[in-house]
Design a protein around this ligand. Structure first.
Ligand SMILES: NC(=O)c1ccc[n+]([C@@H]2O[C@H](COP(=O)([O-])OP(=O)(O)OC[C@H]3O[C@@H](n4cnc5c(N)ncnc54)[C@H](OP(=O)(O)O)[C@@H]3O)[C@@H](O)[C@H]2O)c1
Length: 289
């Protein structure tokens, strides 16, 4: 069985590739620039050019593929732009699609992730929707420099709780759904057991790193001003403030037992995640301490 992973250079796609390779699966890593992607791949995993919006890249990437891991790239705002690719997936004889969606997709029909889910369901292929909470890995990407260099994590989340998931756990479920039976027609809401506040996240970082990491609790307006001053695009600032408004309103903290059930063990905790990656927030000089 051959599995094609779209977005293989990304946070989730990269982890799904690693997991599939560790299981000995026949995996192909889809990337817009396969030359650049090759260095980060596990030994024996071939990169293949795959741009979900470039039909020229599809025949080679899809040839002989049985199962597809599909995401809505952050740059693709409208799911309709992925319909031609889905048509090619069907024509190529792919049998199974695992969709990287988002936790709220089951309750918010306006999300582009839900629109993509609906389009995949309409293909008639066997589908599985993965609806993950906020990634713990955001602490390693969007928040990394601020934590490492300034010992702070500044988001306008108030005292709201945010459900999280470790992408390594998410990839374990994705690999199972791509290669094994029993997941067809299922949508999984994937969260760790705990939904920490950002004050709790800062406290955990402080305890593990051995230096204070503060959560200054900015308001929405102060946060938006700060991001604009840092040169973040207005559209992205708007999306971030909307997201954190739902957190402030207490709408982002829902946890489920899906992940523990699928893994057959407890999901990774915040504390464990921070311990596993502590070096990422340390500097040689102990900056910010
Ligand atoms: N961050 C969170 O907390 C969170 C939580 C739940 C759900 N999600 C969802 O997860 C998805 C993002 O996953 P991620 O964090 O793994 O993304 P990511 O790290 O930002 O990587 C995006 C990937 O998409 C690829 N890509 C971009 N445009 C493409 C195109 N036209 N064709 C093919 N590939 C393309 C990029 O590949 P190149 O190398 O070609 O650039 C890259 O591999 C989004 O749908 C997001 O809403 C995120």
């Amino acid at each position: 069985m051959t599995v094609l992973v779209a977005g293989a250079t990304g946070t989730v796609g990269g982890e799904v590739v690693r997991r599939l390779a560790a299981l000995g699966a026949d995996v192909r890593a889809g990337a817009r620039d396969p030359g650049r992607a090759a260095a980060g791949l596990p030994p024996g995993v071939p990169p293949v050019r795959l741009d979900l919006e470039d039909p020229a890249s599809w025949p080679v990437a899809l040839e002989g593929v049985d199962a597809l891991f599909l995401l809505r790239p952050p740059e693709v705002a409208r799911a309709s732009r992925l319909q031609p690719f889905l048509d090619a997936v069907v024509a190529a004889g792919v049998r199974r699609v695992v969709v990287l969606s988002v936790q709220a997709a089951g309750r918010n029909p306006l999300l582009p992730h839900r629109a993509l889910e609906e389009r995949v369901e309409a293909t008639g292929l066997a589908w599985t929707h993965l609806r993950p909470a906020n990634f713990f890995q955001n602490l390693l990407t969007v928040h990394r420099e601020e934590i490492r260099d300034r010992s702070r994590i500044s988001v306008p989340a108030g005292n709201g709780r945010t459900a999280h998931v470790d992408v390594r756990d998410l990839a374990e479920v994705a690999a199972a759904a791509l290669t094994g039976p029993g997941h067809e027609g299922r949508a999984y809401e994937l969260t760790a057991r705990e939904a920490p506040t950002f004050a709790e996240i800062a406290a955990t970082l402080s305890a593990v790193l051995g230096r204070p990491v503060v959560y200054p609790r900015p308001g929405i307006v102060a946060f938006a001003r700060e991001k604009r001053a840092q040169g973040v695009a207005p559209g992205l600032v708007l999306v971030m403030t909307l997201l954190f408004t739902t957190t402030r309103l207490g709408l982002a903290g829902r946890t489920t037992g899906d992940l523990a059930r699928l893994l057959g063990r407890e999901p990774t905790t915040l504390r464990r995640f921070v311990e596993d990656h502590a070096d990422a927030w340390r500097t040689p000089e102990g900056a910010g301490a």
